[in-house]
Each structure stands twice: as C-alpha cells, then as structure tokens.
Design a binder for this molecule. Structure first.
Ligand code: X90
Length: 275
C-alpha cells in the first residue's frame, strides 16, 4: 500500500481520497501544549500566545509518531520540514531504519525539503502527480529533488519574535522588525535556513517585492501556493497581483496550521512558486 506523509508544517491534515497522513509537531509554553493536528484551534492558540508573556517552544515529531504513520504501508513518501531548522528529518530517518528492520521489503523515501509550508505542499502535489503518471519508487527521489530545485519559498512576516526566541533567526534582526512595525521579507536559502532580504513598510511594497522576487527567480505562470496567518487579505492581494500578469496561474491560498502560524506569526504569509 502506498502512503504519503508530511509533518504538520505542510499545513495539510487530510486529503480526500488519498492515503495521506500528517504527523504533528508540537508547540509548548510552560502552561500549555498545542499538538498541531486536526483538533488544534489555531485561532485560539494564536490569541493565547499573543497574551502569553513567558517562553514558548516547539518540538518535532518523535520517532514513534513517524513509526505509527508508517504502519501498514509498504511504499511510503515522506516530505519533511528543513533539517537545518528542525530535528524532524532526523527523527523520520531513525523511524525509517526501525521500520525497515521490521519490514525489510518496505520502501520509504524521506525527503528533506530544505523548506516548509507551501513549498512542501507543492512537492506533495508533484509526488502524487508523478506517481499517478507511473514514476517508480526508484526514480522518485531524483525527480522530486529536481522539482524542489525549481521551486522557491518567500515570506513576509510582521514579527520574528518566536523565530528569534528559538534561535532560528538572528536576534538583532528580530528586534529591528518589532520596533519599526515593518514587514520583513525573506526566503528559504539553498541550505534550508531562513534568509532575510529586506524590511519594508506598507502592503503595496510587500506585494510588489514578493512578485518581483518570484519573477526574478524565473516564475512564468506556474503553480503558486500561499499560506497566511490570519491575513487572507494580503495573501489574496499577492494572488491577484500574480494573476494580473499570469491569468492562467494555478494559485491556492489557505490558512496556515499550528507550526507555521507559531513561527510566521499573525499577519505573516508564506509564498511558494514554481520558478
Ligand atoms: O523542530 C521544531 O521544533 C520545528 C522548528 C521549525 C523552525 C522554523 C519554522 C519556520 C516556519 C517561517 C517562515 C518560512 C521560513 C523558511 C525557512 C526554510 C515559517
């Protein structure tokens, strides 16, 4: 049986008619635990975190959580948040070794996407498309890596507080953002780290910058996936700006789930495009 799996940073809890499963990361404060699964109320978590003054953390899925997701399948495709910022890729590989020990004939492909959020969504869609077109397990790794080389991820965030608090971005950059009430534009580097590019004030500049960046990277009308943290307005405006130039573009806009909402924070959007 074939199974597709992403960790919850891919913002997809279920996929109708597909043997797909999301494996949750977890968000913690000293008082509460938020498992990023279908039961999580992302609005409530975001409101709570805004008022919460203490420290907060995240944790990647345990080896056991991955193993449970593998159970029963013998051809498994797993897309994981960048290993440069999360232990999820390592725990997934540890689970793979254990699963293969028990099921020597199982095939498990674990892909470090060097990215997260909507770029994982693009990669998942691509794997399913390739699989349906008859691509064999043996060729999938090379195919999907080539695809991920051609996709790009950009973001616009209003706060880098949670990223800085958890050592995922330089603290000095994070403070400058909060103080000036500006948006920080950045990208996933080719090493899978978070790279900030510019600080902008005002929605129109943000939209223009994001569209310029994807075009500069080679975008010419392919797929775009955009998640947002309670900022559908900005996400839709970016989508419209792209559609203005590329009316046939396949664009999907959706609310981020827990992990991306925690790190991208309220007002943030993340854009992935085929470039
Ligand atoms: O293992 C864990 O606890 C999870 C750590 C995740 C840390 C980074 C998540 C970033 C989410 C921020 C904007 C997109 C940045 C892309 C960089 C590759 C969203």
């Amino acid at each position: 049986m074939i199974k597709y799996i992403m960790d919850s940073s891919g913002d997809l809890n279920e996929l109708e008619g597909v043997n797909y499963q999301s494996v949750p990361l977890t968000i913690y404060t000293d008082e509460r635990t938020f498992v990023d699964d279908e039961k999580l109320d992302v609005r409530e978590m975001t409101d709570y975190l805004r008022e919460y003054k203490g420290r907060s953390y995240t944790a990647c899925p345990s080896c056991d959580a991955w193993l449970k997701a593998f159970e029963g399948a013998d051809e498994i495709y797993v897309l994981v948040i960048t290993g440069a910022l999360s232990g999820a890729y390592n725990s997934a590989n540890a689970a793979k070794d254990m699963y293969i020990n028990e099921h020597p004939d199982a095939k498990i492909l674990i892909i470090d996407t060097f990215s997260t959020g909507p770029e994982m969504r693009l990669a998942l869609e691509k794997i399913m498309e390739l699989k349906n077109a008859g691509v064999e397990y043996e060729n999938m790794e090379a195919e999907i890596k080539r695809y991920l080389d051609s996709t790009r991820l950009y973001f616009s965030l209003m706060s880098l507080h949670n990223l800085a608090q958890n050592g995922r971005v330089n603290k000095a950059i994070a403070q400058a953002v909060g103080m000036l009430r500006i948006s920080i534009i950045g990208t996933a580097s080719d090493k899978g780290t978070l790279e900030t590019m510019s600080k902008l004030r005002g929605e129109n500049k943000v939209i223009k910058k994001l569209v310029n960046e994807i075009e500069g990277a080679g975008y010419c009308g392919g797929k775009v996936r955009i998640n947002h943290v309670f900022n559908e307005r900005l996400a839709r405006k970016v989508s419209e700006a792209i559609l203005d130039k590329y009316p046939d573009a396949d664009i999907d806009v959706y609310q981020a789930r827990g992990l991306c909402s925690y790190y991208a924070e309220e007002g943030g959007i993340i854009v992935a495009a085929e470039c």
